[in-house]
Design a protein around this ligand. Structure first.
Ligand SMILES: Nc1ncnc2c1ncn2[C@@H]1O[C@H](COP(=O)(O)OP(=O)(O)OP(=O)(O)O)[C@@H](O)[C@H]1O
Ligand SMILES: C[C@@](O)(CCO)CC(=O)[O-]
Length: 907
């Protein structure tokens, strides 16, 4: 038996003696790995009968007061044997066995204190993510998720002022098998923040293939439920480390929380580890066959053993094999579901590491606890199939898989053998385009073209800020944004619609390295989900440090929104991509048609794309052609073009950042404008004021025609919204009364537009008049808007202000029975008075990303001037670029031109 515990825990909470697992840390292993696995021996813990298998000490207590053990929570001989064995095969000085892999992580995370910061990967196991999210909200731990596959994204966070106390890594990641250079990261962490602990989840590899302690890592944990046990008949977790101080704390936490592994499970796990090497080498070699087979059929396959797997050489440096988990996509979620349902030998199950082969779809199983939006942002394909290879005969496994692929329609037989079936016509072309659009590994080097619609609010503006629903719909008038990569360390905005008295709009630029990165507090960085809080202090600091004091307000607000988003994404990811954002709209700016929201959506989208936070996923499916709409003024036709569909999850991620930009432009927006600009169509929007808000699609809008009249009276949404807030504070009864009346109007309008009442359109004009009157009583009308109401009233048409009011636009419902001649006469009357009418239908597509690049048509960036020709040639080249044409097109041609340039993916 071993001697009494070597450690006395000094915590201030009482000294609890905890047995230290006795471990023979040896710098050089005397036997090869499989011998070490099979040989369970612990000279310090000899059984009195010489049993060749470690006995199960199935007892809670031990008699006497002077023995090595007293209570199985604190120590048990079967567990000590297991811990000794795990330490031996892990090159570790200390090992601990607990009740599950998550219990192991929980034990490790209890080393943290409130306000400690953790840097973790952005492609972690779902359970790890869930526990980190819990600790963030319940224990005040700060969590930064970064792309750990690129050490450069993590290094900028490694500063003493960021209070980084732990770096949590997985390699390869599950299920995309992304490789993390744990050796380089461990070295960088030790150099830059020596107090921080580097932790690695080694479950995917097991100590057989990877021993991170040998690469400078402080703590390693495994879900021993997987390869270490190998039979899926127990749950266990193991923790290993070399540092005595850490071991002391971990031993204390395990004893204090009581999550140590039971004697029976310790026995089973010890038995399992004896065959680890032989199981895993068989499983790994079969995995290589399966990966090669899928790859040869043309399925995108993720396995570190394949020649083109990203960071393969890094993996080969830190481990001695490729493991037994791989994944692949079929191009269609339906097909993937059929493949998974069609296998017999591969069982459908979560988890991995068992002697039996398993098949699963991570997005609906093991990773379902990660919100869909986050999954999409991390590029986790919904059609991904994960295979966990067991020890069955490889021929049987391949045969079973092939049958399932064939029955699911994923492959077909030809004279020359099996070939992969493309899931839809043109899928190959689409994939190519999406690959280019997604930018794969270099999204910051791509030029992105995006667009988002303006909106019209038919009922409920202003009241929507106070939680009353609003009915709104997208317009065919849009804002367009282009991000162009640079190589000079500069970020800049070029806002073609913002008039600061110079030809060509407003331009401003910053040197990225001179930006005040130190004023971005970690607390202002966006969390994984939920509304992103605007950090007013940071906003004020950026305003005063990055802009001249007298800059024109519209120019400052728009570029501040861009800069703020750039800074928080830069601080979050550690990337600093130089770029220019060029923006232009065919929508009147500041006229109540949601120009700020469509600009916010374009800005958020290009930045999220450039920073690799959203990707145009490969599974974009063909959607129905977009509505053909008349965008105008009055005449210009917007052609209908087929587009592919962006997933809802991408839309949700983008909307969070767009809402943040809207807050910078607006003050206290309800979120209706950016939601319409992202999701498109007709919507009932309710702001979430703690009682649950949301979006409900309303189809009825699409059948209606509207006349929008821009009074051209400038106004400012921020001050109009603030004006209503002041009235509410001063005269709450009156304002509440008006808001409740507006609620009544919206509810009745919803019944009409939602088609619940047989589409009684005839009720709408009265509702429009009533809503306008309530808004006028709130003080947000204007004489020009009342004038438009009078003019349209002479044609028997109902009109109300739309958006914030105070000038800007009025919206007039044009029923089907209004004759063309009457309409033309009304339009002429309005024009005579200096107003700008737009006849439009609403309900068109939301956020759009150009999915195929028009590189073939136009150079994206001017070619370098050849020696000698210098400036003149550069000017000539620049005039031919996409951006130059974008700036030069007449406004009426802008939409049709850019919509027709390439193929678009829309929400
Ligand atoms: N095309 C654009 N380019 C650059 N900035 C823009 C553009 N469109 C809008 N903005 C920014 O949004 C501001 C206008 O926002 P404002 O809320 O006043 O108008 P709106 O969004 O059209 O109205 P509403 O919110 O009532 O629908 C501009 O001053 C500018 O800062
Ligand atoms: C006035 C308002 O209701 C609509 C602006 O388009 C403000 C908002 O909802 O953000």
């Amino acid at each position: 038996m071993s001697s009494k515990p070597a450690f006395q825990i000094v915590t201030g909470l009482g000294d609890l003696p905890t047995p230290e697992p006795d471990s023979p840390y040896r710098p050089r292993r005397p036997y090869r790995f499989s011998t070490l696995c099979a040989t369970v021996e612990n000279p310090g813990l000899k059984d009195q009968h010489g049993s060749s298998s470690v006995p199960i000490y199935q007892t809670a207590t031990f008699k006497g007061v002077a023995g090595d053990y007293d209570y199985s929570r604190s120590g048990n001989p079967t567990r000590s044997h297991l811990e000794h064995h795990i330490a031996k095969i892990s090159s570790a000085a200390h090992a601990f066995a607990v009740s599950s892999g998550m219990a192991a992580l929980d034990t490790i995370l209890r080393l943290l204190k409130p306000s400690d910061a953790v840097v973790a990967g952005d492609d972690l196991y779902g359970g790890t993510n869930r526990l980190l999210a819990y600790l963030r909200t319940h224990a005040g731990i700060i969590v930064h998720h970064v792309d750990t596959t690129n050490p450069d994204t993590l290094i900028p966070l490694l500063k003493p002022e960021n209070n980084i106390t732990m770096v949590l890594l997985e390699s390869p990641t599950n299920p995309l098998l992304k490789i993390v250079d744990i050796a380089t990261i461990a070295r960088e962490v030790k150099e830059r923040v020596p107090g921080a602990i580097v932790v690695v989840d080694n479950t995917m590899m097991s100590p057989f293939l990877q021993r991170p302690l040998e690469h400078g890592v402080d703590i390693v944990y495994d879900s021993a439920t997987k390869y270490l046990s190998g039979h899926h008949d127990l749950m266990a977790g193991v923790i290993t480390c070399n540092r005595d101080d850490i071991a002391k704390q971990i031993a204390f936490i395990i004893n204090a929380t009581g999550n140590a592994l039971t004697p029976f499970d310790s026995f089973l796990l010890l038995r399992g580890t004896k065959t680890l090497a032989v199981r895993m080498s068989q499983q790994s070699s079969t995995s290589m066959l399966v990966a090669r087979y899928l790859h040869s059929l043309g399925f995108p396959t993720f396995y570190p053993g394949l020649p083109d797997h990203p960071n393969r050489e890094v993996h080969e440096r830190i481990s001695s094999g490729y493991g037994a988990v791989l994944s692949f996509t079929t191009g269609s979620k339906d097909i993937s579901e059929r493949v998974v349902a069609g296998t017999r030998l591969w069982s459908v199950s979560v988890s991995f590491g068992c002697v039996n082969s398993l098949i699963s779809m991570p997005c609906v199983m093991s990773h379902a606890s990660i919100p869909a939006a986050t999954r999409a942002a991390r590029g986790l394909p919904e059609d991904l199939i994960r295979l966990c290879v067991g020890i069955e005969d490889p021929v049987d496994l391949l045969d079973d898989l092939e049958r399932a692929l064939f029955d699911a329609g994923a492959v077909r037989r030809t004279a020359s053998g099996l070939v992969r079936v493309q899931t839809s016509i043109g899928e190959a072309v689409q994939k190519l385009a999406q690959k280019e659009a997604a930018g794969d590994d270099t999204p910051h080097q791509k030029q992105w073209v995006v667009s988002a619609p303006g909106k019209v609010i038919l009922f409920g503006e202003h009241a929507v800020v106070y939680g009353i629903p609003a009915l709104a719909a997208s317009l065919s008038l849009r804002c367009y944004g282009i991000s162009t990569p640079r190589s000079d360390g500069i970020i800049s905005v070029h806002l073609l619609d913002i008039d600061v008295g110079q030809p060509g709009g407003f331009r401003y630029e910053w040197n990225v390295s001179e930006l005040p990165w130190d004023v971005v507090p970690s607390a202002s960085l966006p969390q994984e989900e939920g509304e992103i809080t605007l950090d007013i202090q940071l906003l004020d600091q950026l305003t005063s440090q990055c802009f001249p004091p007298n800059l024109e307000t519209h120019a400052r607000q728009a570029s501040l929104a861009f800069l703020y988003l750039y800074m928080i994404l830069g601080a979050r990811t550690g990337q600093r991509p130089p770029l220019t954002l060029t923006a232009r709209a065919n929508l009147p700016v500041g006229a109540g048609l949601g120009s700020s929201a469509s600009f916010s959506v374009c800005t958020a989208t290009v930045l999220l794309l450039v920073f690799g936070q959203i990707r145009v996923p490969p599974q974009c499916s063909p959607s129905s052609p977009t509505l053909s709409q008349d965008s105008s003024p009055i005449s210009a036709e917007r052609g209908s073009s087929p587009s592919t569909k962006l997933p809802d999850t991408l839309a949700q991620s983008t909307n969070r950042y767009a809402f943040l930009a809207e807050k910078i432009l607006h003050g206290t927006p309800s979120g209706v404008d950016n939601s319409v600009a992202v999701f498109g169509g007709g919507l009932l929007y309710t702001k979430d004021l703690g009682q649950g808000g949301g979006l409900e699609p309303i189809e009825g809008f699409k059948a209606l025609r509207f006349l929008l009249t821009d009074t051209r009276v400038p106004r400012n949404t921020r001050s109009l919204v603030a004006g209503v807030a002041t009235q509410l504070a001063e005269d709450p009864d009156r304002v509440h009364h008006l808001l409740e009346h507006i609620r009544g109007v919206v509810e009745r309008a919803k019944r009409v537009l939602g088609g619940e009442n047989g589409q009684e359109w005839a009720e709408l004009p009265a509702l429009i008049d009533e809503n306008h009157q309530h808004l006028a009583d709130l003080g947000v009308s204007h004489s020009s808007l009342e004038d438009v109401r009078t003019v349209t009233g002479t044609y028997g048409l109902a009109t109300k202000l739309t958006g914030a009011g105070g000038g800007g636009c009025a919206v007039t419902l044009v029923p089907d029975d209004v004759s063309e001649s009457s309409l033309s006469s009304l339009v002429a009357d309005l024009r005579d008075k200096g107003y700008v009418p737009y006849l439009t239908q609403v309900g068109g597509p939301g956020l759009g990303i150009m999915a195929s690049h028009p590189t073939a048509l136009l150079p994206m960036t001017p070619p370098e001037p050849s020696v000698g020709n210098g400036e003149a040639e550069a000017v000539l080249n620049e005039s031919k670029t996409l951006v130059a044409l974008f700036a030069q097109k007449p406004k009426s041609e802008l939409g049709p031109w850019i919509d027709g340039l390439g193929s678009w993916a829309n929400v």
